[in-house]
Design a protein around this ligand. Structure first.
Ligand code: G3D
Length: 200
């Protein structure tokens, strides 16, 4: 009887929880993307106006529920001195969203180098990777094919884990839901990084 009740309790009051890191250079749009995600997935969420957000200096966190699981987001600062802290979070995370500023071609190489650095950590092996070409609403921005081309030589180090490059705009919300749903599906199906159980 106890087992039955505790099983029912777990089913109704606990959800699998996955931790997703949001990485990318400063000004790429990480905080805006996270705020847009919270707005889209939590109907009652009232954040700050998206066009008033300034660059991440410390850490922003957010939680959304989708596909019956909780996704806990950690938006880490992108300045060079903060990038050296990223790997401290790798072993405990379940997936990475890497934001690229499509409207800043001058920093594309720098962004790619930061991504290479992320891939160099074995503590991130098997974690799904979503690369988002952000700010696609800005006219004249790099098309997603060009970003794919720039990141093409990473494929060896990506190996067999799930990886996707998609366009989005954190500001208008285009492509945000699709990216999050893709990540949710991948972390749920990944047997190598099991979820945490958390109370609702
Ligand atoms: P960060 O957290 O990666 O440092 P922010 O980046 O989210 O603070 O965004 C940096 C700047 O880019 C902000 O403008 C923000 O409004 C803008 N931005 C973020 N995402 C988008 C987007 O999808 N489209 C457009 N057009 N702008 C975006 P400011 O002017 O405050 O620097």
């Amino acid at each position: 009887m106890y087992t039955l009740l505790s099983g029912a309790y777990r089913h109704y009051f606990q959800k699998d929880e996955y931790c997703i890191l949001i990485l990318g250079l400063d000004d790429a749009g990480k905080t805006t993307f996270l705020e847009q995600t919270k707005t889209k997935f939590n109907q009652e969420y009232r954040g700050m106006p998206l066009n008033k957000i300034t660059t991440t200096v410390g850490l922003n966190i957010g939680k959304v529920t989708t596909q019956g699981v909780k996704l806990m987001f950690w938006d880490l600062g992108g300045q060079e001195e903060l990038q050296s802290l990223w790997d401290k979070y790798f072993s405990d995370c379940h997936g990475v969203i890497f934001i690229v500023d499509s409207a800043d071609p001058d920093r594309l190489l720098e962004s790619k180098r930061a991504f290479d650095q992320v891939l160099s950590f074995s503590t991130l092996d098997s974690a799904p990777l979503l690369i988002l070409g952000n700010k696609q609403d800005i006219s004249g921005c790099l098309p997603i094919l060009e970003i794919k081309h720039a990141f093409h030589d990473c494929s060896n180090r990506i190996g067999s884990r799930d990886c996707m490059i998609r366009p989005c705009s954190g500001l208008t919300g285009a492509g945000v839901t699709e990216g999050i749903e893709w990540m949710a599906k991948c972390v749920k199906l990944n047997p190598f990084r099991p979820p945490r159980r958390d109370k609702r």
